[in-house]
Design a protein around this ligand. Structure first.
Ligand SMILES: [Zn+2]
Length: 125
């Protein structure tokens, strides 16, 4: 249980360590550290570039299957071409936002055990 990424915590954009502090200050800015447990949200320079990979994957997952479906439904080609742009207006921001939070949680899960911490504690500084 403790070794999994907690989806609820990702969806609420909470700290991967204590699940209480908010990752964000304002709407899109990521805080330097957790306000509750002081966990570092910027482990290294350019850390969030990796989130682009998550973003690409999510974008492909929400774009390709509906496109294939629309194609087989015989939808007009102009709608088929417009679809990804319309879709991006609605889910693009969400993907941009959640790919970074998910990336942070992924990093926490991957490195936390390597650091020699016990799972799930929030005592570490
Ligand atoms: Zn925290």
């Amino acid at each position: 249980m403790k070794n999994r990424i907690q989806l609820g915590s990702v969806l609420k954009a909470r700290c991967p360590s204590c699940h209480k502090g908010s990752v964000l200050s304002g709407v899109i800015t990521i805080r330097p550290k957790c306000t509750v447990c002081n966990y570092n949200f910027h482990p290294e320079p350019g850390f969030y570039l990796g989130a682009m990979m998550v973003g690409f994957l999510l974008t492909a997952m929400v774009t390709v299957p509906p496109m294939v479906f629309l194609k087989f439904m015989g939808v007009d080609r102009s709608i088929l071409i417009l679809f990804p742009f319309l879709e991006f207006l609605f889910v693009g921001t969400l993907i941009f936002f959640y790919s970074r939070v998910f990336w942070l949680h992924l990093e926490y899960r991957m490195t936390h055990r390597l650091d020699g911490h016990d799972s799930g504690d929030s005592q570490d500084k």
